[in-house]
Write a protein that binds this ligand. Sequence first.
Ligand code: AHR
Length: 512
Amino acid sequence: MTSSIKVNQSNGNEKISEHIYGHFAEHLGRCVYEGIWVGEDSDIPNTRGIRNDVVNALRGLNIPNLRWPGGCFADEYHWKDGIGPREERPSIVNTNWGKVTESNHFGTHEFLDLCEQLECEPYICGNVGSGTVLEMQEWIEYITFDGESPMANLRRKNGREKAWKLKFFGIGNENWGCGGTMRVEKYADEYRQFQSFVKNFSGNEIYKIACGPSEADYHWTDVIMREGVGKYTPPVDRVIDSTWDHYRPSMHGIGLHYYTRNRANYTLAADFDEKQWFEYMKRTLFIEELIIKHGEVMDKHDPDKNVGLIIDEWGTWFKVEPGTNPGFLYQQNTLRDALIAGINLNIFNNHCDRVKMANIAQMINVLQAMILTDKEKMVLTPSYHVFEMFKVHQNAVLLPTEVESKSYSMDGDSIDQLNVSASQDDNGKVHISICNIHPTQSEEITCNIDGISSFSSAGGRILTSENINDHNTFEMTDRVKPEEFNDMKVEGNGLSITIPPKSVIVIELDPS
Ligand code: AHR
C-alpha cells in the first residue's frame, strides 16, 4: 500500500487561531528565575532584568500569548506581593515546587514587560483556591483601568502610567487538584461568583477561561458548561426587564490539561528504547480522543461552538534529570519530543473549530521546554524548532485532509505512521505538516491538492536526526535542527514525497 494525503483546498473555511501556538511560564524551578529573569544587575545581558538571548530566540516563534504565573502556583499567588520596589517585596514559600523561597521580584510589571518585549498577549491565571474575589477584582483594575481609582493610582505610583491591555484571564487553575481540591459543583459556583468581578475597563475586553477538566473527566466539562454558559434565570417576581441578561455568567473558554506521561513509571527524557518511543506516541495521540469527546459534551450546551476548548497545559512529562531538584521538573528534550510537539499541533490545527488556544508546558527549563539555560548559556530544543517550523499555520485557513497511512505496530498494538495537517495563508501559500512516526521506515506519499491546478514553487524543511533520542546540549547546540527538504516531485496539483523515518516535515507550495 502507498500512503496518500488528499488536501481539500476548496473546503477550507475554518481559521487556525494563532493562539494554539501559545506558551506557559510558571514560577516553577528555573523557568521564570534564571530562564527569563536574571535581574538588572546581572552580567547576563538583559533589558530591565529580562534576558536578551532568551527574548531574541523566542521572538523567532511569533509567540501569540503567554500564560502566567501558574499552574499550581497561581492559586497561592497574591499579586500585591509582586509590585512596588523589589527590595521591599515579601518573600514567600513556593509550596508546590520544591518549597523554595520565592522573592516576588518577577511580578505583574515584569511579566507585562516580558509580554511587550515578546509582542504577545498576556494570559494571566487568577487565584481562586486561596485568594479572594476582591483581590482578583483589584488585579484587573490595577492592570487595565485608565481612569482615576485606587488601583490605577497605585499602578501609576509603581511607575506605569498607561493601563495595559489584558486579553486572557483564567479563573483559577486545576481547582479539582492543587487549586483547592474542589468538587465540580463547588467550583462552578466559585466560577460564577469570581467571573462577575472580572470587569472590562477602558475598552479592554477580557476572554474569561474557566478551569476545565483533567484528562478524561467529562462530567467536569458537562457541569461547567451547563453552569458557565447557561442563562441566569432570576426568580419570576424579580424579573423587571431584559436587563437581567446582564447577570448572565460569561465564559469564553474552558481549559483542558493533558500531559504525555506515564505516571506509574516516569523515565528519563533522553534514555529510552523503541518500545518507549511507541508508547509515548500512542499516549500523545490520545489527546485527539479527549478533544473529540470533550467537544461532544460542549456541543450539547453550545452547539454553535462559541466557547473555546483551551488546552492550556500540554506536553511531555519525564523523570527529572539526575542531580536536579525533583520539584523543578527539569528534563531533556529529544527528537521524540519534537515528534510529539508536531503531532499535537497537527491535532489542534485539525480541531480548530473548537480548539481556540493551547499552551505548551513550559517555555524554559521546565517539562517540554523550548529553551534550556545554564547560567549565561542557552540551547534551543527540538521542540523549539517544531514551533518555529509550524508558525506558518498561525491564523491560516485549515485545509481538511484525508490521509491513508500505513500502520506502525509494536507488540500487537498499532498506530498510524503518518500524522498530518494543512493550511493556506493570506498570501495563498499552502503548508502541509507531516510527522512520520515510524523510527526506522521511510514512507512514500502521493499528495493531491484539490482546488488548485498547479504550483509555481514547492519546497520544505525537515527536522530529524540519526537516533531517536538525539538532543541538543550546551556543548553541541545544533545536533537536532531543521534542514532544507527538497526530496519531492511536483506534477500539476500533486506531489510525490519520500518522508524519512522519525521526521517532522513542513512543505510549502506556492500556487501563484
Ligand atoms: O506544569 C506543571 C504543573 O502541572 C502545573 O503547575 C499544574 O497546573 C499541572 O498539574
